[in-house]
Design a binder for this molecule. Structure first.
Ligand SMILES: Nc1ncnc2c1ncn2[C@@H]1O[C@H](COP(=O)(O)OP(=O)(O)O)[C@@H](O)[C@H]1O
Ligand SMILES: N[C@@H](CC(=O)OP(=O)(O)O)C(=O)O
Length: 556
């Protein structure tokens, strides 16, 4: 059986074939028609909301352009022939790739160097614009309304964007209204003398709104048809957690529909603001947490079921450690989604902590590339990779964490104790990173990114301790660092033996150790002031084994 249908305006053909002859015989005409209609709907859902669909109706498993539709007593194998002119990949460029008109030219040239791709482009704000906007907001709180136009950061932002537009030959009118609105907003902040998380999100959104408008206009002047989109206008629906919102499931079909519909009716490269969304209750602009454009890119990749998600940075891929800590770090060619997620979650600035989730759900490869060195092969992140030779992949350092040692006063049984401790954190909305437990004690670290302002940190910590002290003796220690060893934890004995030998030689006392269930991460907690030298020594031992200085045996 073959049929043709329009999926979000894309003409696609599909055929439905019973999975094997036995099932063919067992399929009654009405069952086949059910499978046909399910498959038709599934094709419409294809590349949008697989998981939601499968939960409601039946199991749908997808492999490239084929998928199985499996219901109770009914099944079909559906082939989906993609239209060759569909959107093909996402290319995300961060602030470091868009720092000046010269960089924007290079990025446009880079995009045009892939004539066979029909990419969706996701952009961050230019250079350090987001930081400058936040600083401008903070200054506005105390500078008085009449002084707003003299805020240095505002002048910097205006100058950067107007100069960039002029240098690219783009009409400044594409951003003029935004620059005026930005100044008005800062005056509002000055008048109210406060900068709420909600206002902060609206404030920083000007960065992405302006960079995408300039870029789209520039592409059009170069003869490449491009269309600008504000993510909050095309279906990026999020929670209302300002400054750190989560993308909601409704985003995927909405974004797919909007981008495909526009593409079909009038093809133009979509240029989408990274980092931004719209709160589902407030309808206000939200942001996805710092570095959130990576997440925008992977969400679009999943929504459209694209072939690949590329994130273009200013480094040759994900490196063996933060190059700011150790300049001799080198690129890691392959990573799994789990490794990349763990690495990002434990503090590697290179990827947003949540960005691997949509890519993993859509099983879409993520490639981390260098926009300054496009020929470097970068890092390819996929569902699985050959781990047979892998030992350590990367070392990540997260500074300034707080640890809590919680020892039960035995008022509760061991089960009740653990449950109570974690319910206290859940009630206070505080994330825990690393945990080590015994029957009567727990040591854990608290995620600093969830504790937004300084005042709140102390207030929240006091509150946590107060609650915990009802059931335990609590020891709070600040100024700690987590060193995460990301890699093949199947070889944890080798990793730990080597790591402890290095740290022992340095005379460093490891205060906590934890191996997560993810099987890709071993975390060690040490003092802040020892952390950097530990990372350097571990890097030398695991990745530069020919260095004679450390007697640490053979690396793999
Ligand atoms: N393990 C790591 N691998 C690569 N880069 C890292 C790592 N840890 C930290 N970084 C930092 O992350 C930066 C790239 O991320 P980011 O600034 O978010 O780029 P962009 O703004 O282009 O998205 C690099 O310049 C590097 O300094
Ligand atoms: N501009 C935002 C979002 C972002 O993703 O930026 P970048 O891609 O430059 O890290 C930020 O600075 O957080």
């Amino acid at each position: 059986m073959a049929a043709a249908l329009h999926f979000a305006g894309v003409k696609a053909s599909h055929s439905i074939v019973p999975r094997n002859s036995l099932q063919q015989q067992s399929l009654l005409p009405q069952q086949l028609s059910f499978a046909t209609s399910i498959a038709s709907s599934a094709v419409q859902c294809l590349r949008t909301s697989w998981t939601g669909y499968s939960r409601r109706v039946l199991k749908v498993s997808c492999e490239a352009t084929k998928f199985d539709v499996i219901g109770k007593n009914k099944s079909a194998n559906v082939s989906f022939l993609q239209n060759e002119n569909q959107l093909s990949c996402v290319m995300k460029f961060g602030g470091s790739s868009l720092a000046s008109s010269e960089r924007i030219r290079e990025v446009a040239d880079l995009i045009r160097s892939f004539p066979n791709e029909r990419p969706v482009i996701v952009l961050s704000a230019m250079g350090k614009t987001t930081n400058k906007l936040l600083l401008a907001g903070e200054r506005a709180v105390s500078c008085g309304v009449t002084n707003v136009s003299c805020i240095d950061e505002l002048s910097f932002i205006k100058d950067l964007h107007i100069r960039t537009a002029n240098e690219l030959g783009v009409d400044v009118s594409v951003i003029e209204e935004h620059l005026e609105d930005l100044e008005q907003l800062l005056k509002g902040i000055a008048m109210m003398k406060e900068l709420t998380p909600r206002t902060k999100d609206y404030l920083v959104s000007f960065g992405e709104c302006m960079s995408t408008r300039i870029f789209a206009a520039y592409m059009n002047t170069m003869g490449v048809k491009a269309r600008q989109y504000d993510a909050f206008e095309i279906g990026f629906i999020t929670t209302d957690d300002f400054t750190n919102a989560d993308i909601l499931e409704a985003t995927y079909p909405a974004v797919a529909k909007r981008l495909y519909d526009d593409w079909i009716s009038d093809p133009a490269i979509p240029i989408v603001t990274g980092f931004l969304g719209k709160g589902w209750k407030s309808c206000a602009v939200t942001t996805l947490g710092r570095g959130g454009s990576d997440l925008t890119a992977t969400a679009i990749g999943k929504a459209l079921g694209l072939r690949e998600i590329q994130v273009w940075k200013d480094v040759d891929g994900v490196l063996t450690c933060d190059p700011n800590i150790y300049p001799h770090a080198h690129p890691v060619p392959y990573l799994t989604f789990d490794e990349a997620a763990e690495l990002a979650y434990f503090g590697a600035q290179v990827l947003h902590p949540q960005s691997m989730k949509p890519a993993r759900e859509g099983d879409i490869p993520v490639r981390v590339k260098n926009s300054y060195n496009r020929n470097a092969s970068g890092t390819l992140i996929t569902k699985s990779r050959d781990m047979s030779k892998a030992v350590l992949t990367s070392i990540v350092l997260k500074r300034n964490v707080t640890t809590l040692d919680i020892v039960s006063t035995r008022m509760l049984g061991s089960f009740g104790f653990l449950a109570k401790v974690f319910s206290i954190f859940a009630d206070l909305g505080i994330s825990v990173d690393v945990v080590a437990t015994s029957e009567v004690s727990i040591s854990l670290t608290l995620d600093p990114s969830k504790l937004w302002s300084r005042e709140l940190i102390q207030q929240e910590l006091d509150h946590v301790v107060e609650e915990l002290e009802k059931i335990a003796v609590v020891n709070l220690l600040q100024g700690r660092s987590i060193i995460s060893l990301i890699g093949n934890v199947q070889r944890s004995s080798l990793i730990l033996e080597k790591a402890f030998s290095i740290l022992g030689n340095l005379g460093v006392n490891v205060q906590m150790i934890s191996q997560g269930a993810s099987k890709v991460n071993i975390s060690l907690v040490v003092d802040n002031n020892e952390a950097e030298q530990c990372v350097k020594a571990l890097h030398a031992a695991f990745f530069e084994s020919d260095l004679p200085a450390l007697d640490i045996g053979q690396t793999n």
